[in-house]
Ligand binder design. Structure first.
Ligand code: MTE
Ligand code: HPA
Ligand code: MOS
Length: 749
């Protein structure tokens, strides 16, 4: 089954926020943001701007009826800066005008004055001075000293990964329409309709039931709209609330890049110990995370780094600490993998360094230490249904690992102008929000009297295909065609208190809720059918839109059955509520069972480097992935490919840079390079591991959104492998991204 949106996407008929027809009298918002990274006693003179023809009003913190606060985890972020600013791009005021053009002209007339303060853009300095988002957190298992005693090889090193711009095709935006009795309908391009509703209600000091947030679909979110879609929605709501007019704001790409947070840059300092037989004995690692100027989701992202610090390996003695630092840069936020990729990079850098220092092939180290059945993760969960070794072995069988290594070696003995490299990336990613209380969802299913079905869930469609999966769940339960089913918008009035569509768990959580609601309705319809046919309801089945009695097709169609149920006054609407079973976590001891299950995989990556220019191509990526029993291999493979390329971009060409004054230099598509059609791997092969699937996954089909992002890091290690083939003196600094400049310097180091 294809993505049911594909046709309208292709025809340009899909509706995004900016496609919503505007009501007469709609006004436009534009943010005035801080031109300096750190200052106090800010003064804004907007008298000239307000006089400009077509400017309706300029709003600041003084206009907020409620609390000027948008921090969801830690209340440390103002919607509009009051006295201090903490990063360039921090919103200070909202210009509301008849057109966006007028608002832009008005912006130039605003005078900003402030006492500038020194800006910290370096996490090392932030750490030294104790500028933290939250106190550091540590996960521990076993005893490092025990591990040290058993180790023959002890490897010390550092690694570093950079930030990443989400670059969703649709920029941030929102449209607020005032309704009667001080209520608001709020269209938002958000992954978290409920958080938009909650924060906006606090800003306006009105109750949540007065704000209806509606989301049709996003042109991509990738985590960037989990928390950071909220301020724009709150701002237009504030303006609509005060002016009693519809107000809209869609960020220009430049403004979006300048004002929104990115993936967290991390540095890691590690010590890895291995015994003589190359078993990892201990891992001692300290991460420094660049949180930016306010907390945003950093504490939750910190947590996922802690959970994934040991990667796909079993390490009996481990100590992991994350310092989340406060700097005068954009508040960094969720991005596919959510702190996981940064942890995976560090452990595989340590493994590579260990292999080089010991003088063995890194794949031997990796394979030997893969996590196995009943091993304990540092957070206390016991690994079950582990597929790490099976994925590796399947990859070997399908894609001949040793043969590929030999081919690379042979190529390199024959060529000097080009060198090839190869790497293997194993994967083990935990599924569930790490915050246990977020793992629940609801769905509302109506069967209309004509037999058609309408489904509302808390899930947001952002290109990942969750709507298609929801329809599949309903067709599966009801035995009816997908054409009979409509996925409604994500709307807080129909489905309340939903968690954001994030943590790759959108399909699982919402799909299970749909399944529950559909099963309730099915049971009722079966009773009606049994009455009509005069049989027992447990003999009834519905397939291909017909009722089957004891396996035999009857002439009672779905449509006739629904009509009969309606006439019999049967309830044809149902709400499903799903709570992930088993999961728990005790923060006081940092132990528990936080994940419903894990997703596994293995990727083999080969790269070719031009030894004169330092340029490179990713030649091939061969993947064996644990989809469970994929309910839609077409969509799921699309997710693998997308995540892979996004991951490759992160470790190769995407480079976020600030100058020492905290100004973002990579602030446009001419200075920030992302993978395009010419830089994707020449060959990507994805094979599904044969497995039973997991009972907590929707229809046994495992979550797929974020985990394959990890495969991308294979590009870094494959390129590095090629550099080593040319320059035996090359010593890696394990700093990503591996830009062409960096490769060139590495070749002639
Ligand atoms: N795929 C597309 N096309 N667009 C997106 O924005 N976001 C990713 C992933 N795949 C994203 C995507 C992220 S960060 C997450 S958490 C999941 O989709 C969310 O959707 P799911 O929970 O339904 O997998
Ligand atoms: N993953 C992704 N997004 C989240 C999480 C998580 O574990 N927790 C809160 N938002
Ligand atoms: Mo995804 S980073 O959990 O939105």
């Amino acid at each position: 089954m294809k993505n049911t949106d594909s046709r309208s996407h292709l025809q340009g008929k899909s509706i995004y926020l900016d496609d919503i027809p505007e009501l007469q009298g709609t006004l436009y918002g534009l943010v005035f943001d801080s031109p300096v990274a750190h200052a106090k006693n800010i003064k804004l003179d907007y008298s000239e701007a307000e006089k400009l023809d077509g400017v309706i009003k300029i709003l600041t913190y003084k206009d907020i009826p409620g609390e000027n606060q948008i921090g969801a985890i830690i209340p440390d972020e103002e919607l509009f800066a009051e006295n201090e600013v903490h990063f360039i791009g921090q919103p200070i005021a909202l210009i509301v005008a008849e057109t966006e053009r007028i608002a832009r002209d008005a912006k130039k007339l605003i005078k900003f004055e402030a006492e500038e303060l020194p800006a910290i853009t370096d996490t090392k300095i932030a750490k030294e001075r104790g500028h933290f988002i939250a106190p550091p957190r540590t996960f521990k298992i076993g005893d490092l000293e025990e591990g040290r005693k058993k180790s023959k090889y002890i490897i010390k090193g550092t690694s570093e990964t950079g930030g990443q711009e989400h670059l969703y095709l649709e920029t941030q935006g929102a449209y607020a329409v005032p309704k009667e009795n001080e209520s608001i309908t709020l269209y938002s391009s958000t992954q978290g309709a409920n958080s938009v509703q909650k924060i906006t209600s606090e800003i306006l000091d009105i109750s949540m039931n007065k704000i209806e947030v509606d989301v049709n679909r996003l042109g991509g979110g990738f985590g960037g709209k989990e928390d950071q879609a909220t301020p724009w929605a709150a701002m237009v709501s504030l303006a609509a609330f005060i002016l009693k007019k519809p107000v809209k704001m869609v960020l220009a790409r430049h403004d979006d890049m300048r004002m929104t947070g990115k993936r967290h840059p991390y540095t890691a300092e590690y010590t890895l110990g291995l015994s003589e037989d190359l078993k990892i004995q201990f891992y001692d690692v300290e991460f420094i995370q660049d949180g930016g100027a306010s907390a945003d989701l950093s504490p939750a992202i910190t947590e996922r780094t802690l959970f994934h610090a040991t990667g796909t390996y079993f390490i009996p003695n481990t100590e992991i600490t994350v310092f989340s630092c406060k700097t005068n840069t954009l508040p960094n936020t969720a991005f596919r993998g959510f702190g996981g990729p940064q942890a995976f990079f560090a452990i595989d850098a340590a493994m590579q360094q260990a292999a080089d220092e010991i003088g063995v092939d890194v794949r031997k180290l990796q394979f030997k230490n893969l996590i196995k059945e009943n091993n304990e993760f540092p957070y206390g969960q016991i690994a079950t249904q582990v597929e790490a070794t099976k994925c590796w072995e399947a990859a070997d069988k399908l894609f001949s690992i040793e043969k590929q290594y030999k081919e690379v070696k042979d190529f390199n003995t024959k060529n000097t102008k080009f060198k090839k490299g190869i790497s293997i990336t194993p994967l083990c990613f935990g599924i569930s929000f790490t915050n246990t209380m977020m793992n629940h969802a609801r769905a509302l299913v109506h069967i209309y009297q004509d037999g058609s079905v309408g489904i509302s869930t808390g899930a947001v469609e952002m290109g990942q295909g969750v709507n298609t999966k929801m329809k599949q769940v309903a067709t599966h339960v009801f035995g009816i065609s997908i054409d009979k089913i409509k996925l409604e918008t994500t709307n807080t009035t129909r489905v309340a208190n939903a968690s954001p569509t994030a943590a790759s768990s959108g399909a699982d959580l919402n799909g299970k809720a749909v399944e529950i609601a559909c099963n309730e309705l099915l049971a009722r319809l079966k009773n009606t059918a049994a009455e009509i046919i005069d049989t027992n309801s447990n003999k009834i089945e519905i397939k291909d839109e017909f009722v089957f009695n004891n396996g035999k097709k009857t002439d009672l169609s779905w449509n006739k059955l629904v009509e009969a149920a309606f006439v019999n006054r049967v309830k044809l609407s149902e709400k499903g509520h799903y709570v992930t079973p088993e999961i728990r976590f005790d923060k006081s001891i940092e132990k528990g069972h936080p994940f419903a299950y894990h997703v596994y995989g293995t990727a083999i990556t080969t790269a070719i480097v031009d030894t004169m220019r330092g340029t490179y191509d990713i030649e091939s990526v061969d993947i064996v992935h644990d989809f469970g029993k994929s309910m839609n291999l077409f969509l799921d493979k699309g997710q693998i490919e997308g995540a892979l390329i996004q991951g490759i971009g992160w470790v190769t060409m995407e480079e976020i840079r600030f100058d020492e004054k905290g100004r973002l230099l990579s602030n446009s598509l001419s200075s920030y390079k992302v993978p395009d059609i010419n830089s994707v791997p020449k060959s990507v092969k994805v094979e599904a591991l044969e497995t039973e699937g997991h009972k907590h996954a929707i229809l046994k089909s495992k979550a797929v959104g974020e985990p394959p992002f990890i495969y991308g890091q294979g590009a870094y290690f494959a390129i590095q492998d090629a550099i080593k083939a040319f320059n035996p003196n090359y010593k890696s600094d394990y700093i990503a991204p591996m830009t062409h400049e960096k490769v060139l310097m590495g070749l002639y180091q």
